[in-house]
Structure formats: C-alpha cells, structure tokens
Design a protein around this ligand. Structure first.
Ligand code: ZN
Length: 185
C-alpha cells in the first residue's frame, strides 16, 4: 500500500523532471506548480484518498512533456500508477488537432482514476488560459480552448461531483472574463 512517502517521492520526481520548464502562461510560473495544483485539488476538493491516483496526478505530465518514460514510472511507482499516467498522456506523434479530438473521444472510456486526474488538469489549464494566457493567444483562441475543455469534460461526468462543480464554476468565470475583456478592447 502506498502512502505519504510515495506521494512526496512523486512530487520530488516530477519537480526534477520539470525543473527547467515554465508554464505557457504570461506569468512565467514554474511548470511544477501545475501538477502540484492538480494533485492538491484532487485531495482537497475531490476528496480523493487513493495514493496511486494522487501519485499519478503528480506525474501526469512527466512522460508527455519531459524525458521520463512509462517504464521508469512503472519501476519506481508501480504499474497501476504507470497505467493512469499512460491514460492521460497524449500521443505526441499525432498532429495537435487530432490529439485534441482524441481527448474528447477517449474521455468516456478512461478509468475512474484517470477521469479524476483529467478533471483536475482541465480546471488548472482553463484557469491558466483565462488568468495568464500564453503569449499571442487572442480572445478567440482562449474561447476555443474553454469550449474544447468542456467537450472533454462532458465525457468525464460522473467521476467526481465536487471536481465537476469546480470545473463548471471555472468555465463560467472564464466566459465572464473573456466576455468583459472583449467589450474592453
Ligand atoms: Zn497537465
């Protein structure tokens, strides 16, 4: 049975893997803030207590965005964790539009654990795109991002009511902010 020791080991592993990376946003946040935020939401909003899911939340972007491998994760954190990470990792050999479409299609077929990680991920990403948009993202692109996030989350419904509630509030706030930004410009 995993516990606090593994959760901290995963946080440290992710921090090392993402060490030179920043989030895409205009506020230059260290990348690690994002997996920490996702894991924190899972536990403190979603009430998730399964250490494998919490560990996988911390590691969820390490294979997609760093040189970490599924084998390395399986060896250090076990095959259940590696399985969750695999479920939420995009195939980067595909063009971006196809990857985004696949996320919408795959969402309903994910395990309960992966669905909850993805809910936290989408809340964190939509917050960032609304509050600290990446350089060069105009309002239209930000609106499309929120619309796409909603399509993915439509397939995750039923996995965690509390996270879904926060997702809905986040989308509502994002739309209000983007609408008021549109009238100001
Ligand atoms: Zn992520």
């Amino acid at each position: 049975m995993k516990g606090i020791a593994d959760i901290l080991r995963a946080a440290s592993f992710a921090a090392k893997k993402h060490t030179d990376q920043k989030r895409k946003g205009n506020d230059d946040q260290p990348y690690i803030n994002h997996p920490l935020e996702v894991a924190n939401m899972l536990v403190n909003i979603g009430g998730v207590s399964d250490p494998d899911i919490i560990v996988a939340a911390l590691l969820h972007d390490t294979v997609e965005d760093t040189e970490a491998t599924f084998d390395e994760i399986a060896e250090q954190f076990g095959i259940t964790v590696a399985g969750y990470v695999r479920e939420v990792t995009d195939d980067k050999s595909l063009p971006k539009a196809e990857r985004k479409q696949k996320q919408v299609e795959h969402a309903p077929h994910l395990s309960q654990g992966a669905k909850q990680i993805k809910l936290g991920d989408k809340i964190s990403n939509i917050r960032d795109v609304t509050d600290n948009p990446p350089e060069g993202w105009d309002l239209q692109r930000r609106r499309e991002y929120v619309d796409w996030g909603e399509k993915v989350v439509a397939g995750l419904r039923g996995a965690n009511a509390e996270l879904e509630k926060v997702f809905d509030e986040t989308v509502e706030k994002a739309r209000r902010r983007l609408a008021s930004a549109a009238t100001q410009s």
